[in-house]
Design a protein around this ligand. Structure first.
Ligand SMILES: Cc1ncc(COP(=O)(O)O)c(C=O)c1O
Length: 400
C-alpha cells in the first residue's frame, strides 16, 4: 500500500520547534546552518549559486553599468515582462506567457510568503505538502497558521489518490530539494485532474528546474489544460551566480481564488529594474548555451563527490538520478547526521544534516547529509576529501 501521510497534521507542529545540535547550539532552521557556513570554512551548505561565473556570464557582469543605465531609462513593467518572458521561455514554460499572471518577487521565499498569506485570506487552510522538502516551505506555511499533512514522493510518483485527503491545497517541489525527484508530465497531469475534480489548489515550487531538462516540459500547458486552480513558484537564484541578485516569480492561474496580487502589493511594489535587466541578460545567456554548461558543471561536481566518497564504505548515494545542484549522502549505519555535521564543522566543512528536510519526521532525516555542488570545483573536491577522511575514521573506529 502506498501511504500518502506520515502521521496526523496536528502532530507536526512539534517538528517546527527549535532543535539543539550536538554542540549545544540552538538551531531553528536550515537557514541558520547556512548562515554559520557563510562565516568561515568550506561552505557546502546552502543551495544558492556560488559556482564561478562562466566566460559569457563574466561579460554580462562586466556590462553592469550599462544594464543599470538601461534599467534607468526603461519602463519598469516592460522590463519586468521581458525578464519573465526570457527566463520562462528558456526553461520551456511557453504557455506561462499566455495563461499565467506572473508577479516578480525579491526571492522565491517572498513569493512563498505571499502565497501562504493569500491562501489563508481565501480560507484555504489545509495543505498536503511533499515530504521531505526544504524546510522554509513548511515553516512559511505553518508561520501563517496553515495545517500541513505530509505527502510522500512515492505517493506523488505512483498513487492515484491521497488517503484521507482532507486538504485544500496540494503542494509539490519539483525537482525536489534535497532528493532531485522530478514530477513527470503524466503524473502532473494526473494530480492536476485530481485536484480540479475536488476543487483543490495545486501549487508547485520549481526553483531547481533549470538543472534538469526532465523538469522543463511545459508545466503551464498541463496545468492550464486540466482546469485546475494552480500556482507555480519559479526562481533564478539557484542558477545564476549573481551574488543573490535574483528574482522569484509567483505565477498563478487567472481563476485562482486566493488574492495573491492584493497580498503582493501589501508587501512590495516590485523588484528593482536593474535586477530585472540582469536576470534578462543571464537568462538570455542561459538560452545560448549557458544552461547546458551549468548542467555539465553540476554533473561533473556530482561525479567528483561520488567518486571521492565511495559506496558502500562511506555510505550510499540514494538519489542516483538527481541532477540538481545538491546531493544527498546516506550515512553508514550507526552514524547520525546532526552529530556528523557538527563534527565536520569542526573540520571546517559545512553541510546540512537531514532532519529539518524531514519536516514531519525529523528522526528519519538523521540518516542523510546534503552536500551543495554549486561551488568552485576545488572547494567541492577539498570538502569531499575531508568528508571521506572523517567517514573512514568513524567507520573504522566508530567511537572516535
Ligand atoms: C526548493 C526551494 N524553494 C525555495 C527556496 C528559497 O529560496 P530563497 O532563499 O532564494 O528565497 C529554497 C532555498 O534553498 C529551496 O530549496
Amino acid at each position: 500500500m502506498v501511504g500518502n501521510t506520515l502521521g496526523r497534521p496536528d502532530l507536526h507542529a512539534k517538528a517546527a520547534q527549535m532543535t539543539v545540535d550536538p554542540d549545544g547550539d540552538a538551531v531553528a532552521n536550515l537557514t541558520q546552518f547556512e548562515i554559520r557556513a557563510e562565516q568561515s570554512g568550506l561552505n557546502l551548505a546552502d543551495g544558492h549559486a556560488r559556482q564561478p561565473l562562466t566566460a559569457s556570464q563574466s561579460i554580462v557582469i562586466d556590462s553592469l553599468p550599462a544594464l543599470f543605465r538601461r534599467a534607468q531609462r526603461g519602463v519598469v513593467p516592460e522590463l519586468d515582462r521581458e525578464a519573465q518572458v526570457t527566463f520562462l521561455g528558456v526553461l520551456g514554460q511557453r504557455r506561462a506567457l499566455t495563461c499565467a499572471e506572473v508577479l516578480s518577487c525579491y526571492s522565491s521565499s517572498v513569493a512563498m510568503e505571499v502565497l501562504a498569506r493569500a491562501l489563508t485570506a481565501a480560507g484555504l487552510r489545509r495543505v498536503g505538502l511533499i515530504h521531505p522538502t526544504f524546510d522554509n516551505i513548511p515553516d512559511i506555511l505553518r508561520g501563517v497558521g496553515l495545517g500541513l499533512t505530509p505527502v510522500s514522493e512515492e505517493t506523488l510518483r505512483s498513487a492515484d489518490d491521497l488517503e484521507d485527503a482532507d486538504v485544500d491545497v496540494l503542494f509539490a517541489t519539483t525537482p525536489n530539494n534535497p532528493t532531485g525527484t522530478v514530477l513527470e508530465e503524466e503524473r502532473l497531469a494526473h494530480w492536476a485532474r485530481w485536484c480540479a475534480e475536488r476543487g483543490i489548489v495545486l501549487a508547485l515550487d520549481t526553483c531547481f528546474r533549470g538543472f534538469d531538462p526532465r523538469a522543463q516540459y511545459d508545466h503551464y500547458a498541463v496545468l492550464d489544460d486540466s482546469g485546475v486552480e494552480w500556482v507555480v513558484i519559479e526562481d533564478t537564484g539557484k542558477l545564476f551566480p549573481s551574488l543573490d541578485l535574483k528574482v522569484g516569480f509567483l505565477a498563478h492561474s487567472r481563476r485562482l481564488r486566493a488574492p495573491v496580487r492584493q497580498v503582493y502589493t501589501d508587501i512590495m511594489l516590485g523588484v528593482s529594474p536593474a535586477i530585472l535587466c540582469l536576470v534578462t541578460a543571464l537568462a538570455d545567456d542561459a538560452g545560448r548555451g549557458g544552461l547546458a554548461e551549468l548542467q555539465r558543471l553540476i554533473a561533473d561536481h556530482r561525479a567528483l563527490v561520488r567518486a571521492a566518497i565511495p559506496e558502500p564504505g562511506c555510505g550510499r548515494w540514494p538519489d542516483p538520478d538527481s541532477r540538481i545542484s545538491v546531493d544527498r549522502l546516506a550515512l553508514p549505519p550507526g552514524l547520525v547526521a546532526s552529530r556528523v555535521a557538527a563534527d565536520l564543522r569542526r573540520r571546517d566543512v559545512h553541510v546540512l544534516p537531514g532532519p529539518k528536510f524531514h519536516w514531519a519526521d525529523p528522526a528519519a532525516g538523521e540518516a542523510f547529509l546534503r552536500i551543495a555542488l554549486s561551488r568552485p570545483r576545488e572547494q567541492v573536491r577539498e570538502g569531499a576529501e575531508i568528508i571521506r577522511a572523517y567517514l573512514e575514521e568513524r567507520t573504522v573506529n566508530p567511537a572516535a
